[in-house]
Design a protein around this ligand. Structure first.
Ligand SMILES: Cc1ncc(COP(=O)(O)O)c(C=O)c1O
Length: 417
């Protein structure tokens, strides 16, 4: 077809105006970092990327073989069930029972998500609306805040650092805010701060939830990555938890299956049902071959998941030792895939975390996440993901040392205790 001639027009150009729920989202803070990382890579620099918690090790071979086998079966190529196939949901129940002593009904209390982030966001959409308020831990994993914002809800961010103080602040907020918060979002082991809790913390959460009538979403993304014998507790293992909330788990981190997008939402049947309704409209479920391979991974790769934690632990020790020698203040994380580090002077009092991260990228060829990407409570910190191997981490420490300068005598403390 010939091109139609351009007719000069006096009308204003056609404009696309996205909805407010899109326009009110803040600019993507990692944009500047990612653009510089991209440009330096294109220019041929060898960049060490500790920015994103994106596992770089593969799942077990037999899990990949199962995926290939299931992908060759023509019966697996149609739309799957949006709530996930029953055998996968049963496997999740079995893991919860073995690991936490929690009994779940695979029909009513478990749903498979396209990664836990999808499930989490849609759960916020299912539970929150205009005028509703959610409490989130600060510094915050961005989706915890923006899922609530996308659902037109309001956010109150409370410091995550000290568990007792956090709970006291939750109670205070419930006493003084009208209408009371509808939802409390929890995330332990916490990203980015690496704060962890023990079971009594969740017992108290359940007590408060019943007293003040709020719902709970526990984001348990790092359930499978823990060190030094620490076993992260499940919110659902606290008596009565299932009356007030749900918990999201994922195969992205411990199982090295981030790109597969396998997550689960378990717990309160009403909340699971509401999420199922939203998902029933929005998606047709996860590719069935992936669900079948995920069953195999859940059933047969406990040893590999533990070995992966040991790998992260060794990387943590190496990174901590190096950073402390350079004068960074960093606590040994007991779980998760990150070190959350206060960068040293004189940079701490003269540079924002974003500028300091840009400096590391520019001068050390190391990408980290600036703490301010996790809200104002993250300022002064950077987050480093333990996703590069030990040699690369050593190289990262050396290169960062050239920027911040070695300080002798520091950093000899034993890490991990
Ligand atoms: C706290 C937290 N929740 C959720 C996710 C997303 O996990 P998934 O890959 O299952 O969507 C991440 C990933 O970085 C995370 O750190």
């Amino acid at each position: 077809m010939p091109n139609s001639p351009q007719i000069p027009s006096s009308e204003p150009p056609f404009q696309v105006q996205p909805a407010q729920r899109v326009t009110r989202l803040p600019p993507y803070l990692f944009g500047r970092i990612n653009a510089l990382l991209y440009n330096k890579r294109r220019a041929g620099d060898d960049m060490i990327d500790l920015g994103m918690g994106n596992p770089s090790d593969p799942p077990e071979d037999f899990v990949i073989d199962k995926l290939a086998e299931a992908a060759r079966d023509p019966r697996n190529h149609g739309y799957s069930k949006s709530s996930g196939i029953i055998n996968l949901r049963r496997e999740v129940c079995s893991k919860y029972f073995k690991r936490f002593g929690v009994r779940l009904d695979p029909d009513e209390e478990v749903i498979v998500c396209l990664g836990s982030k999808e499930g989490f966001s849609h759960m916020c959409l299912a539970m929150m609306g205009p005028g509703d308020t959610a409490i989130v831990p600060a510094p915050y994993f961005p989706i915890h805040v923006y899922s609530v914002a996308l659902a037109s809800g309001n956010v109150i961010a409370l410091e995550v650092g000290d568990g007792d103080k956090f709970l006291a602040n939750v109670a205070y907020t419930c006493e003084h805010l009208y209408p009371r918060p509808k939802l409390v979002i929890l995330n332990y082991p916490h990203n980015p701060s690496t704060v962890c809790v023990e079971q009594p913390f969740y017992d108290e959460v359940v007590r408060l939830a019943k007293q003040y009538g709020f719902l709970v979403i526990s984001d348990f993304a790092y359930a499978d990555v823990a060190f030094d014998g620490y076993r992260p507790p499940s919110f659902l293992a606290s008596p009565g938890a299932i009356d007030v909330g749900v918990e999201f788990t994922t195969m992205s981190k411990g199982y090295n299956m981030a790109g597969w997008r396998v997550g689960f939402c378990c717990g309160n049947a009403e909340m699971v049902r509401a999420l199922g309704i939203i998902k029933g409209y929005y998606d047709y479920g996860l590719f069935q071959a992936i669900q079948i391979a995920a069953i195999v991974a859940l059933r047969h790769t406990d040893a590999a998941v533990e070995a992966q934690s040991r790998l992260y632990q060794a990387r943590r020790d190496l990174l901590l030792d190096g950073l402390r020698k350079q004068g960074w203040q960093v606590e040994a994380p007991r779980a998760g895939m990150f070190c959350w580090a206060k960068y040293p002077e004189p940079f701490a009092s003269t540079m924002t975390s974003l500028d300091f991260s840009m400096k590391l990228l520019e001068e050390a060829n190391v990408a980290v996440s600036p703490g301010s990407g996790f809200g104002p409570a993250g300022e002064g910190f950077v987050r480093m993901a333990l996703v590069e191997n030990e040699n690369r981490l050593r190289q990262a420490v050396r290169q960062m040392g050239r920027v911040v300068g070695e300080k002798s005598g520091k950093g000899s403390e034993k890490v991990g205790a």
